[in-house]
Design a protein around this ligand. Structure first.
Ligand code: 5AD
Ligand code: SF4
Length: 461
């Protein structure tokens, strides 16, 4: 008899709330996979849940506060369940759990479990233990959690994430990731291909390979050699049924020629790249320990555009890093104007406890950070709207990945990762169809279905 058989009780409800990056979205799905054999199925609201997991993010400010206020709200659900004589387990997972585990257990005595991103494959054991005691598990186990995860039990959908690399050895001076996710680890090629096949068999058409430093991927190949990301992407595009591939997040330092060339050579690799630069100033990049100069970024963009002329670029920016002068900031504005981004994320610098930048001299005032962020965002948002406007009138293949029932609409993505809404029957869900783009907004497009036959475009937008 399976050791877990006596824990298997059907009809248990699992509510997971996810904050932060796509890696957390992937982790949440895999936690649901781990718990499915124990009879847990995912629900959309915390009411009546038998187990609640908050999968948290620690990257920027107020992360811990947000977790505590959510916990405060959820505590009422727990008390209501307990009044009915039902046990509800409450867990905090992810990067806040990793960084603040003991503190959470102290301040929120009603939390049953706290566990870091590297330990969720041990959830069944933790649940078994917790029915007797409270559990904090923030170890970095030597072995990979991936070796212990079950096959997928939850429907991945038409577009799914696949984690290929985790952790970071770069130690940018502002970032908590190397402390919360540990050092770089790449999964072996065979395990990734297996997972990609299973996703394909479950109906996934688009896979986004994930890693904190995804392009630093260097996994063991079936030939005994170490494979880089370019080679891995090429192998996955061979899988029939997988129509689209993406990867995120990359570091400029690891953008090697093989990977850049893959953008020209692999039609299934979508013409969109998220390549964070953070700042346009060499001084700031140095203080951030980004390990490259701005000229490298320009070089990469030039090579990418040569390989794939229509590639859309996206980036991350931090405004008001310690010591950033007006002149440094102007160089960021110049970089944005020079490159032209289709999309971008921009943030005020936020001092993260335990990181070197948090104790640097010349911290920038909140007022100045806000002013710089607004200035930067007005340019980035304008570029984004302009980019979207340039796709009006084009016919683009759109993967329809969500049904918006209330509106009789479907949501999808263009190759350039733009969100599109179309009015069409829900049974087109999961298909890639041609859509004529009719209107553009800052964050999305609207369009009309043209046909159900995909086309591949490669004009520079
Ligand atoms: N302050 C502001 N932004 C940050 N990021 C990471 N750490 C910080 C911080 N301390 C941003 C970076 C990174 C993105 C995921 O979050 O731009 O690329
Ligand atoms: Fe953080 Fe830098 Fe590593 Fe990215 S490369 S996860 S920003 S330390």
């Amino acid at each position: 008899m399976d050791v877990w058989d006596n824990m298997k009780e059907t009809g248990k409800k699992l509510y997971i709330k996810t904050w932060g990056c796509q890696m957390n979205v992937y982790d949440s799905r895999r936690m649901a996979d781990v718990l499915a054999p124990l009879g847990y199925s995912a629900v959309e609201t915390p009411d009546e849940a038998d187990m609640i997991i908050l999968n948290t993010c620690h990257i920027r400010e107020k992360a811990t506060d947000k977790v505590f206020s959510e916990l405060g709200r959820l505590r009422e659900h727990k008390q209501a369940q307990e009044k009915k004589g039902r046990r509800m387990l409450m867990a905090v997972a992810g990067c806040v759990a990793q960084a603040e585990g003991e503190f959470i257990m102290e301040r929120a005595p009603y939390v049953d479990m706290v566990f870091g991103p590297q330990t969720y494959h041990e959830l069944p054991q933790m649940i078994m233990r917790v029915t007797g005691e409270r559990v904090v598990n923030t170890n970095f186990p030597a072995e990979s959690k991936f070796d212990f995860l079950p096959d997928e039990h939850t429907a991945p959908g038409p577009s799914a994430f696949l984690s290929v690399q985790e952790g970071c050895d770069k130690f940018c001076t502002f970032c908590v990731v190397p402390y919360t996710r540990g050092s770089e680890y790449s999964r072996p090629v065979a395990a990734i291909l297996d997972e990609a096949r299973r996703l394909r068999d479950a109906g996934t058409a688009e896979i986004t390979l994930l890693g904190q430093n995804v392009n630093a991927y260097h996994g063991g190949g079936p030939d005994g050699k170490t494979w880089g990301l370019g080679r891995l992407l090429a192998a996955i595009t061979e899988l029939e049924g997988i129509e689209r591939l993406r990867y995120t997040t990359s570091h400029p330092r690891d953008m090697d020629d093989e990977l850049i060339e893959a953008h020209g050579a692999l039609p299934k690799l979508m013409p969109f790249l998220h390549l964070p630069v953070q700042s346009g100033s060499d001084n700031v990049l140095k203080a951030m320990n980004r390990k490259h100069e701005i000229s490298l970024y320009y070089e990469i963009v030039e090579k990418l555009r040569k390989a794939r002329p229509d590639i859309a670029l996206s980036s991350d920016f931090i405004a008001g890093f310690p010591g950033e002068t007006e002149d440094d900031f102007e160089q960021t504005i110049k970089l944005v104007r020079d490159i032209g981004f289709a999309y971008a994320y921009s943030f005020k610098y936020s001092a993260r406890p335990g990181t070197p930048a948090a104790v640097m001299q010349k911290q920038i005032s909140e007022k100045e950070k806000t002013a710089r962020l607004h200035h930067l965002q007005s340019l980035l948002f304008q570029q984004q709207t302009d980019y979207n406007s340039r796709t009006v009138g084009l016919t683009l293949p759109v993967l329809l990945d969500r049904v918006i029932e209330e509106k009789g609409q479907l949501h999808g993505r263009t190759p350039y990762n733009q969100a599109v809404h179309i009015t069409a029957p829900a049974d087109l869900y999961g298909r890639i169809i041609d859509v004529s783009i009719t209107r553009a907004f800052q964050n999305s497009l609207t369009g009309e279905p043209v046909s159900t036959v995909p086309v591949v475009k490669s004009a520079r937008i």
